[in-house]
Design a protein around this ligand. Structure first.
Ligand SMILES: NC(=O)c1ccc[n+]([C@@H]2O[C@H](COP(=O)([O-])OP(=O)(O)OC[C@H]3O[C@@H](n4cnc5c(N)ncnc54)[C@H](O)[C@@H]3O)[C@@H](O)[C@H]2O)c1
Length: 376
């Protein structure tokens, strides 16, 4: 029985755990992005993980090899890490990489990931998130036809479940109800993954996670944008009344959850991942301002004065909240960071890495990428 149909509270270890999977070579897609780079860093730094890693990333505006600087060079020299600039939509490339490197597991992070961008330009989201996932599935299916099975872990979002009222939580069996082009494209990719598992017998797992935050997050997303604007004395734009609720998880805790699912979960299973940390956007901003003010020696009242309410995002979902009881209970996962600690760490990292933020905000990081990877 596939646990896709099993209520989270009822799933048993027997139904959802596999004999431990120990991949020899991981193809990580989107490993130069925010969460993918955390996954690459944490795996290469984990003495219990011996897998080689091939990082396939197109280096779109959101991909930045500086996210991996200092973390991959040694592994690269040892032949344990390879970066390939390329497009997940290129099925032949994905197939070639799987064959060349003996990939036995794909961990699929690559996506267009920013809801606002999906509202202004949905096409890239359909092409990358839907067609890109389709190409990966086809590549794996084609390898399977030659007798080589490759496991796929697909990284998705809680946004596929839609918007909640004041109460209730998303569980693994909550019906999909995507409401933005971003969440619709992710939902479509989730459906494709499940359909390929069911129809062609591919070995797949899936995780749906709440909002992430932490080091190296592209400063268009709420937390890094607000920190950067506080430091530069710029307006702190808050959508609508600021009462939208999100659940927040420190990025490395998400990366650990993905690894647990990759190594332990039975094919056909899906897992909700969250921080049990619901916050209204405005409350979050107040907490963040307190941390930035203290760490950066700024006047909190002046920072509060920068808060500017702006016209709400069209179709803005009101509340997301994840029930992550299944992964806690059956895989023993627990986040290592509580929100207060994670926020302190994120602000500390930002202050120590102003050059990274400046290069991203000014666009200078693109020049380096284009110079070094123009022909690959
Ligand atoms: N950020 C969050 O809060 C969050 C929460 C839950 C789930 N997710 C999911 O996690 C995954 C990673 O999110 P993120 O925040 O790290 O995203 P990101 O935007 O920071 O990174 C995406 C990465 O994918 C790469 N990429 C984009 N198109 C590509 C293509 N066609 N071929 C190869 N690489 C391509 C980009 O260059 C970039 O490195 C996504 O699938 C997203 O839907 C994100």
């Amino acid at each position: 029985m596939s646990d896709v149909d099993t209520p989270a509270h009822a799933a048993t270890a027997q139904q959802v755990l596999a004999a431990p999977r120990a991949p020899r070579c991981l193809l990580v897609t989107g490993g130069a992005g925010f969460i993918g780079s955390s996954f690459v860093r944490t795996r290469l730094g984990d003495p219990a993980c011996a897998a080689r890693i091939v990082n396939l990333d197109l280096l779109t505006y959101a991909g930045n090899l500086e996210n991996l600087a200092g973390s991959v060079e040694e592994a690269e020299r040892a032949g344990r890490y390879t970066f390939v600039r390329g497009d997940i939509r290129d099925q032949a490339l994905v197939e070639r990489l799987i064959e060349q490197h003996g990939v036995d597991c794909v961990v699929h992070f690559a996506a267009e990931s920013h809801v606002d961008r999906s509202i202004h330009g949905p096409r890239d989201f359909i092409e990358t998130n839907v067609l890109g996932t389709f190409a990966i599935l086809e590549a794996i299916r084609s390898r399977r036809a030659t007798g080589h099975d490759v496991h796929l872990h697909h990284v998705s979002t809680d946004e596929v479940f839609g918007s909640l009222g004041a109460t209730g939580f998303f569980v693994e069996t909550t019906a999909y109800d995507p409401r933005s082009p971003y969440s619709a494209s992710k939902a479509a990719s989730d459906h494709l993954v499940r359909a390929y598992a069911h129809t062609y017998g591919l070995s797949t797992t899936l995780s749906n996670c709440s909002n992430n935050y932490g080091p190296y997050q592209f400063p268009e997303k709420l937390i890094p944008l607000m920190i950067a604007n506080c430091l530069e004395g710029k307006a702190l734009p808050v959508y609508g009344d600021g009462q939208n609720v999100r659940d927040w998880l420190y990025v490395d805790d998400h990366a650990e959850a993905v690894w647990l699912v990759v190594t332990r979960a039975a094919p056909g299973t899906s897992w909700n991942v969250g921080g049990r940390n619901e916050m209204k956007n405005l409350d979050l901003l107040h907490e963040l301002i307190a941390v930035v003010a203290r760490q950066a020696g700024k006047d909190p009242a002046a920072l509060h004065g920068l808060i500017t309410f702006v016209k709400d995002r069209p179709g803005h979902d009101r509340r997301y909240a994840i029930d992550c009881g299944k992964i806690e209970r059956l895989l023993g996962w627990a986040p290592r960071h509580d929100f207060a600690g994670g926020l302190e760490e994120t602000v500390r990292w930002t202050l120590a890495n102003r050059a990274w933020i400046d290069r991203v905000r000014s666009g200078a990081y693109r020049e380096w990428i284009d110079r070094n990877y123009a022909t690959r």
